[in-house]
Design a protein around this ligand. Sequence first.
Ligand SMILES: Nc1ncnc2c1ncn2[C@@H]1O[C@H](COP(=O)(O)OP(=O)(O)OP(=O)(O)O)[C@@H](O)[C@H]1O
Ligand SMILES: [Mg+2]
Length: 242
Amino acid sequence: MIQITGLKKYFYEKKTLFGKTGERVKAVDGVSFSVPQGKTFGLVGESGSGKTTVARLISGILTPDAGSISIGGNVDIVFQDPESSLNPRMRAGDIIGESLRVKGVSRKEITERVRDALREVSIKDPESNGRYPYQFSGGERQRIAIARAIICRPAVIILDEPVSSLDVSIQASVLNLLKDIQQKLGLTYLFISHDLRVIEFMSDTVGVMKDGRLVEVASRDDIYLAPQNAYTRHLLDSIPEI
Ligand SMILES: Nc1ncnc2c1ncn2[C@@H]1O[C@H](COP(=O)(O)OP(=O)(O)OP(=O)(O)O)[C@@H](O)[C@H]1O
Ligand SMILES: [Mg+2]
């Protein structure tokens, strides 16, 4: 469903005051992986390793300097922070139905599909489509972002740190919801997190990123039970014991 080959994206820092060209940042430096339909590829790595840049390349927000991206369907994306990804001046129903409105779907159908989407993300109050983002809890806001992502029935959803802004106590319910929706709709996920426990819970295959490269790609069990790469082992060693 997703096939990425030799993906590269370099950024050039702005020229300095003295006219020198700034340094080149190899944000993504030759990344290849594939994800079968209905499966989850977990991308993990420290801050600045290039995870979000991969997400932005695949979703088409950025164009790659090199490499190829092939995806067997539409892609939607859920960002880390629903605070900033949901327009505070729009009602939940309008946020969720926006992409249908742009496509020219009738008002009546939009209303019905928004109601279905809210049900799919387990927001049960039928009046909630009239509320503004600030009138929801953080977990509910992220559910609204998920409803917005699934309403057009994409084949692939990119989830960039979707629970990192949430309280640990509600992370599990959002992760379980994402798994349920994946099963129900046959979705393929690219799931990004810096949290190895979250990645373990969600992923079929895991890619460990460091300085723009994938240092190890393996099945979830191999990564967690028999990591081959020294950096992967270092990350696993630094997981706090619960
Ligand atoms: N638009 C940009 N211009 C210049 N440099 C950028 C730009 N976007 C990202 N970078 C740089 O590319 C590198 C990778 O950034 P990226 O956001 O992909 O990391 P990340 O793995 O998502 O980090 P985090 O876990 O903190 O979200 C960083 O060094 C970052 O500073
Ligand atoms: Mg990021």
